[in-house]
Design a protein around this ligand. Structure first.
Ligand code: 6PG
Length: 502
């Protein structure tokens, strides 16, 4: 490899002369890749594109409206050679081994200081590994979470970059230009540096986990309203109304549109869709990481589990025949109102986000990433799937108190939760009495009640652990950090037999 000789091409080039080199390369012309290329070209960047299948490249380049702002190349080598230095190459390929293979195929043509940006849904530990490996070859690696689906990629996604911070000045202007904008004047980019190593993909992973939770929370509202006998049109109107207030969000908006959608026959599309949810793994990764960090991201865990249960289509049909519900499947409590259900959604979301930010906080501490939680909330205000007015409140909470111990301690959230919790409780009780599964709501309520219990029942767990495994316990009548063991069967008395270190 040779040294990079030219300076950063952070802004779009004015001319189109190949001598100065093109602005950015992109590998992977699936839906997300194509839309991101169009977004870059619309912002004046001259993009060199490469796809494993040349027909896809040709087809895309032929029908795009930005002329020579988008040029296709048949080989990676040609694509890399077309770029000005330090080269900036975005990968939008399938997460996993494909990313490694593409990196392997690009590296031989790169020079010191060139930048590789992985914009897929990669596992954060892979991004940490890739950054370290590429740093050894003087290549800067950025793992960038990109959220917003096809529409976001085209018109402005939320972008969460992390990794080699030296590369940030070279890509900042470009990534911020193509990102969604939020704030009162809609001029604050939903793209900012997140942190070192796999921090960008970690934050995207937590975003996706929260996305699973939000979707489950809305699906449970749909289940309850259906059980109340409400028609799809009425539910669509209810979601639309909710989208005018504190629940205003992309997912509530699309839920309303989905429920209103009909087939040519007039039948509701939603009624024709098999109730078996897919998943690609980011929700599961979120839960695994949260568990590893000792953080109870239980609402998301329930959302992942609910997708798993939903996939047991045939087994559920058999279970429906043999496993009884409550007596004669009573109807839902008639006094349960739409306001109660709206409160349940809001309270469950507040608790889910609190759990998500607890996990981010713990990850920041564990990995030494110094994550700025307020700035992360700001990145999610527009462009991404979980965008919601609610994120403004979270950003404000952390701006006012960056060392906030827990989101639920912020006065706004504490008040909001105390007024919505009764609706959540009523909804969970009504659903349980009617034999209707509401795992996300039940989990949120259980967390709330456990979290606000100053003296719980884990004393019994500690006693059991000490009984069968001499694991020792701390005592209320002794200072914290002193450990005791009881000879539970020996004398029959609960005599403290000594002080142990944990
Ligand atoms: C986004 C989404 C996206 C993800 C889908 C599907 O932020 O744009 O999170 O990255 O691919 O949500 O995820 P599942 O297939 O796991 O539901």
């Amino acid at each position: 490899m040779t040294d990079a000789t030219s300076t950063s091409a952070n802004t779009p080039s004015s001319g189109n002369g190949e001598a100065s080199g093109r602005d950015v390369g992109l590998v992977g012309l699936a839906v997300m890749g194509q839309n991101l290329v169009l977004n870059l070209a619309e912002h004046g960047y001259r993009v060199s594109v490469y796809n494993r299948t040349t027909e896809t490249t040709d087809e895309f380049v032929d029908r795009q409206p930005f002329g020579d702002h988008i040029v296709g190349y048949e080989t990676i080598e040609q694509m890399v050679a077309s770029l000005s230095r330090p080269r900036r190459i975005i990968l939008l390929v399938k997460a996993g081994v494909v990313v490694d293979k593409v990196i392997e195929s690009i590296v031989p043509f790169l020079d010191d200081g060139d930048i590789v940006i992985d914009g897929g849904n990669s596992l954060y530990t892979d991004s940490t590994r890739r950054q370290t490996a590429l740093a050894d070859q003087n290549i800067h690696f950025i793992g960038a979470g990109v959220s917003g689906g096809e529409e976001g990629a085209r018109n402005g996604p939320s972008i969460m970059p992390g990794g080699a911070s030296e590369a940030w000045p070279h890509v900042k202007e470009m990534l911020q230009a193509i990102s969604a904008k939020a704030g009162p004047a809609e001029d604050e980019p939903c793209c900012d540096w997140v942190g070192p190593e796999g921090a960008g993909h970690y934050v995207k992973m937590i975003h996706n986990g929260i996305e699973y939770g939000d979707m489950q929370v809305l699906a449970e509202a749909y289940a309850i309203m259906s059980a109340q006998g409400r028609a799809n049109g009425e539910m669509a109107a209810t979601f639309a109304q909710w989208n005018d207030g504190r629940l205003k969000s992309y997912l509530v908006e699309i839920t309303s549109e989905i429920l209103a959608h009909t087939e040519e026959s007039g039948q509701s599309t939603i009624d024709l869709i098999l109730d078996a949810a897919g998943q690609k793994g980011t929700g599961k990764w979120t839960v695994i990481s949260a568990m590893e960090l000792g953080q109870p991201m239980m609402l998301v865990a329930e959302a992942v589990g609910a997708r798993m249960v939903s996939s047991f289509v045939e087994t559920r049909a058999r279970a429906a025949e043999v496993l009884p519900g409550p007596d004669a499947s009573p109807a839902l409590d008639a006094s349960l109102t739409l306001d109660d259900i709206g409160d349940a959604i809001y309270a469950a979301k507040l608790i889910s986000y609190a759990q998500g930010f607890m996990t981010l906080d713990a990850a920041s501490e564990e990995f030494g990433w110094s994550l700025d939680l307020g700035s992360i909330a700001k990145l999610w205000r527009a462009g991404c799937i979980i965008r919601a007015v609610f994120l403004d409140d979270i950003a404000r909470a952390y701006a006012e108190k960056p060392d906030l111990e827990n989101l639920l301690f912020d006065p706004f959230f504490a008040d909001a939760l105390s007024s919505a919790i009764a609706g959540l409780r009523k909804t969970v009780v009504a659903a349980a009495a009617a034999g209707l599964a509401v795992p996300a709501y039940a989990s949120a309520l259980t967390f709330y009640d456990g979290f606000r219990t100053a003296r719980g029942s884990a004393n019994l767990i500690q006693a059991q652990r000490d009984y069968f495994g001499a694991h020792t316990y701390e005592r209320l009548d002794k200072p914290r950090g002193e450990w005791f063991h009881t000879d539970w069967v020996g004398s029959g008395a609960a005599a403290v037999s000594g002080s142990y270190s944990a």
